[in-house]
Design a protein around this ligand. Structure first.
Ligand SMILES: C[S@@+](CC[C@H](N)C(=O)[O-])C[C@H]1O[C@@H](n2cnc3c(N)ncnc32)[C@H](O)[C@@H]1O
Length: 286
């Protein structure tokens, strides 16, 4: 009997039988959905200069079970595959668009090289402190993920700083003419200031079973992490590509924030799960 506190979103037997669609040959400007497809095939079909933001959360080749062999490839095969689809990304991204690719330390150098070879300019490497699991007895605990942040045109791209500033405790709250200078008191009465976000993200937890966003996907990203990326690097009405959509986190957050989205995922149950999450989030909004 699962705990009543367990909020994990699951598919019913009936939902598992629902039809999932492949990406159509002609994608219209109004399309916003998650499709059951292979990333390389999809990148070949998607219109050129179509997306304002691409968020990619691929298999890290670390042996996870996604119901397919995508995370269990020979490393040489994985490398060739990564170079192939990363090389296709600049064609579907608008010239002023942005790209984020998640990976772990084992694949970080590979992605840095693939992104650079695809003629993007890398602007940063974000490190997410991701606490999960107990750790190994003869190794340091794996506690981080990298997110490569790149653009096509380093002179012109969206970065909404005000949307992603972070509150920070002020150690010496200074007053000028009796009024706080650049700080305020938060709800619990602590002096705080909104500061520029850094490339080390330590404030975002992985989804847990007691959180309403949680699903059974083994490597689900937190909505708050994706929200930070979307707020910083896109505007309302923009179009986002959610590659390797998994449980649909990027698509769910994109929809909630008023962006259009296209998700691509090869496991049909994850496609259904993503679509269910979108429906639940819309219901909650209403
Ligand atoms: C790291 S997970 C993505 C997790 C997702 N960001 C989330 O929050 O749930 C990678 C996903 O890529 C999918 N995948 C692997 N190879 C694929 C391919 N060639 N085309 C489309 N999807 C693929 C896997 O089934 C898996 O769900």
């Amino acid at each position: 009997m699962p705990s009543p506190l367990n909020k994990t979103i699951r598919l019913s037997g009936k939902e598992k039988k629902s039809v999932v669609r492949r990406l159509p040959r002609k994608v219209s400007a109004a399309t916003s959905d998650i499709f059951h497809d292979d990333v390389e095939r999809a990148l070949g079909l998607l219109p050129k200069n179509f997306f304002d933001l691409i968020i990619v959360d691929p298999p890290y080749n670390s042996g996870k079970d996604f119901g397919n062999q995508s995370d269990r490839q020979h490393q040489e095969h994985y490398k060739e595959w990564v170079y192939r689809w990363v090389g296709m990304l600049p064609y579907v991204l608008k010239p002023k668009g942005s790209l984020y690719i998640c990976c772990d330390w084992r694949q970080s150098a590979l992605f840095e090289d693939a992104i650079t070879k695809a003629e993007f300019t890398i602007l940063n490497r974000i490190t997410w402190k991701r606490d999960k699991g107990r750790g190994a007895s003869k190794n340091w605990k794996q506690n981080m993920e990298d997110i490569w942040y790149a653009v096509r045109d380093k002179q012109s791209y969206t970065f909404n700083l005000e949307e992603v500033k972070i509150p920070k405790k002020v150690i010496a709250p200074y007053k000028e003419n009796g009024k706080p200078k650049d700080w305020y008191l938060n709800a619990s009465g602590t002096a705080e200031r909104m500061t520029h976000p850094s490339n080390i993200w330590t404030d975002l937890t992985v989804p847990f079973w007691s959180m309403p966003e949680n699903t059974e996907h083994p490597t689900q990203k937190p909505e708050a992490l994706i929200e930070r990326i979307i707020r910083a690097s896109s505007n309302t009405g923009d179009r986002i590509l959610d590659l390797f959509s998994g449980s649909g986190t990027t698509s769910v957050v994109a929809k909630r924030l008023g962006r259009k989205f296209i998700g691509i995922e090869m496991n049909p149950d994850y496609v259904r799960l993503g679509q269910k999450r979108i429906q639940l989030s819309e219901k909650k909004k209403k």
